[in-house]
Design a binder for this molecule. Structure first.
Ligand code: PRX
Length: 678
């Protein structure tokens, strides 16, 4: 695959970064003079008090990083207030519901109202002024409800306007939001709410995703049934007619408490640049998920600037990021980035394949979407459904296509480019993480040609390096190694919530002096990066990040399992799927250590089939359906070193069908297990 694609003349002629020279010049400046570079960009924002210094990198290696020290601001003033005068009537959000008109109609007071005839999707549009009013209303209410600056509020809520407004209302009054993706279980909510000592939870009676109804409130009830003593109140959004149990004194229907009296301006809480804005939990290679902490000033500047330059966002664009707000992509590029950029963006409640695989293209046509941003796993799903869906719609409004979450292989890249973008829209593959706050490596499409499958070059201020196995920097232009970042940038996480040492320990300790991404990458002679994926024990399943250790810990907590090893296996659609090897300890409930120990795929027969299903469901219950293994394979033993470490390398080879070449197995203490495994 040697083909390269430079954006067409029309795109280049209007692009912010319209030549390689310009990119190189700005990039060099961002590294040579970060204070000057970011200081100038920050001037474009509204601050209550300017900074004493742009960057105070006290000790990067210690994980101590500060941007815009001394400055004060409120991010929502930058999202909303500053646009009221000139752009108050500009559309900020176009929200589209999951399904039929009735589902979306009659909600979100103050909005333009639902449109769409029977059987069509309900659409509600909000101007900047309307979003401002909604956020103020909820901000006033939250304050009255007892929410104070610094309080933590967990969100387990659907992609509906109320959720977005309440998130922004938290930021307005200085409360710290912690969004938990709807695919996680009650147990996971509990873990996260306890970890951050949340005082409040926001949820809905139900969520709607395609044909499914998601019992959100029920999961919250489960989470709060034991523990979570810090949670005082639960705010319940009425998304559907479903009746749910309401606990007296704790649970409150949002529509019963948010009254007209809360309308009117809401004084923004003035935050220090380094005050927390939000916590978002993400999986690592060991132990429990970590609460990644982002702060107000640097995150704001970085989310807005990455969106502006990487996607070349202009005033008349309609931007649609299909992510869920449960992930960082939703935070940076649905909630904050688009409003900070003053653009119009689409929020979609449902799934791209409902009612059929044409939904995205239908929405692109109806809302005249110009920038479409989604994940490779979805591109592959839609590609599989055939070209008729995109070909049947007018997609001429599109001018840029984005991708995120995992490497996008050349075949779906080309389909996206040719069939969706008609060969005219650059495909911008954005590499980044929850920890990075915004894009760190992505191509500038009008500056240099894009190569399908490559994430391009570093964003401004990012200094990526590759380390070899000895931890030495690979300085030749071409190389393959561990992807590290050598200095801080404004959007970088500021810590692991509640654990001051963990930030250093997790990201800076193995290779002092660098931030460790956990990914492997290749750099080619042009300086373009090709991300190969995680090299630690983290999986990316349909773009969702999961720790193998997390899943293993759950499996061994099941009464029948004594040992478990989880590895990722390549999956045509999901990128990777979860393959779990388990050793059973209780022969009465399992196929037993001496059983055939195979059966592998689901639907195995007899007892082993039952226990496999039970274990899959158990993982889904404990962590959430996103973590459900595709395969549970019962074995009598796992390959281990003499010191007892499981040799996952061997298991990975086996699930990839590479048993012929297991590499060096001299460290293997129990070679007899190989016969059964292979
Ligand atoms: O392995 C990389 C992969 O997703 C990880 C980060 O996951 P998360 O924190 O959930 O954030 C996902 C959305 C930003 C990374 O360590 N990843 C993300 N984007 C790409 C990617 N891998 C390859 N190419 C990408 N564009």
């Amino acid at each position: 695959m040697n083909k390269k694609f430079l954006a067409g003349e029309k795109f280049v002629s209007q692009a912010y970064i319209d030549s390689e020279e310009k990119y190189k010049k700005m990039y060099a400046e961002s590294l040579d003079n970060p204070d000057g570079f970011w200081g100038k960009i920050a001037e474009e924002f509204v601050w209550s008090k300017k900074w004493d210094s742009v960057l105070s990198e006290e000790d990067f290696v210690e994980g101590k990083v500060k941007w815009f020290s001394g400055a004060e601001l409120n991010i929502t003033v930058n999202c909303l207030d500053r646009y009221l005068e000139e752009k108050g009537d500009k559309m900020a959000y176009i929200w589209e519901g999951n399904g039929s008109g009735a589902e979306g109609a009659g909600r979100a007071e103050g909005a333009e109202g639902a449109e769409g005839a029977e059987g069509q999707e309900a659409v509600i549009r909000f101007t900047y002024k309307q979003v401002y009013e909604e956020v103020c209303k909820y901000g006033n209410f939250l304050r009255d409800f007892g929410v104070k600056k610094g309080d933590k509020i967990c969100f387990y809520a659907p992609m509906i306007p109320e959720t977005i407004f309440l998130l922004l209302a938290c930021a307005r009054i200085g409360a710290i939001h912690n969004v938990i993706f709807g695919g996680y279980s009650g147990k996971s909510i509990q873990e996260r709410a306890e970890d951050c000592s949340a005082r409040f939870v926001v949820t809905a009676n139900e969520g709607l995703r395609g044909k499914k109804k998601i019992p959100l409130k029920e999961a919250v009830d489960e989470a709060l049934s034991e523990g979570c003593n810090s949670v005082e109140k639960v705010l319940v959004i009425r998304r559907t007619d479903a009746e749910v149990k309401m606990k007296e004194g704790r649970d409150v229907w949002l529509d019963e408490v948010v009254k007209d009296e809360y309308a009117g301006d809401c004084e923004p809480e003035i935050m220090k640049a380094e005050d927390p804005l939000f916590i978002l939990y993400t999986s690592g290679s060991t132990g429990k998920p970590k609460g990644v902490l982002h702060t107000c000033g640097g995150y704001m500047v970085y989310a807005a600037t990455t969106l502006k330059y990487a996607f070349d966002v202009k005033d008349d664009d309609v931007f649609w990021c299909t992510a869920d707000i449960g992930w960082i992509t939703g935070h940076s590029y649905i909630v904050y980035g688009p409003l900070l950029s003053g653009t119009t963006s689409v929020i979609f409640e449902g799934v791209l394949t409902y009612p059929d695989a044409g939904r995205s293209w239908d929405m692109v046509e109806r809302h005249k979407v110009s920038i479409f941003y989604t994940a490779p796993t979805l591109i592959r799903v839609l590609q599989k459904e055939g070209d008729d869906f995109p070909n049947g719609k007018d997609l001429s409004s599109l001018r840029l296509l984005g991708s995120v979450g995992e490497p996008i292989n050349p075949d779906p890249w080309l389909w996206y480019y040719n069939v969706v973008g008609k060969g005219e829209c650059p495909v911008v593959d954005t590499y980044w993480q929850t920890e990075t706050g915004g894009f760190v490596i992505m191509p500038f499409p009008a500056a240099y040609p894009i190569k399908p499958g490559s994430a391009g070059r570093p964003f401004f201020g990012i200094e990526p390096v590759l380390l070899d196995n000895e931890g030495k920097e690979i300085n030749e232009s071409e190389g393959n190694g561990r992807l590290m970042i050598k200095r801080s940038w404004p959007g970088m996480m500021r810590g692991v919530y509640g654990n001051a040492n963990k930030f250093k320990e997790k990201y800076f300790s193995r290779f002092p002096g660098y931030y460790e991404t956990g990914d492997g990458a290749r750099r080619d002679k042009d300086g373009d990066f090709w991300i190969s994926g995680r090299i630690d024990d983290v999986l990316s399943v349909a773009g969702h990040r999961l720790g193998t250790a997390e899943i293993e810990n759950v499996l061994v907590s099941h009464e029948t399992v004594v040992e478990a090893a989880v590895v990722g296996v390549p999956d045509e659609i999901k990128g990777e799927s979860i393959y779990a090897f388990v050793v059973m300890g209780n022969p009465s409930t399992s196929s037993g250590p001496s059983g055939s120990g195979t059966s592998g795929t689901s639907g195995g027969s007899g007892k082993s089939g039952t226990i496999e299903k039970e274990l899959k469901d158990y993982v889904a219950e404990e962590i959430g359906h996103v973590a459900k293994p595709s395969v549970i394979r019962v074995v009598s033993g796992l390959p281990k070193t003499r010191s007892g470490k499981i040799m996952r390398r061997i298991l990975k080879k086996i699930v990839r069908g590479e048993s012929e070449d297991l590499g060096d197995i001299s460290a293997l203490a129990n070679p007899e297990v190989l016969e059964e495994l292979v």
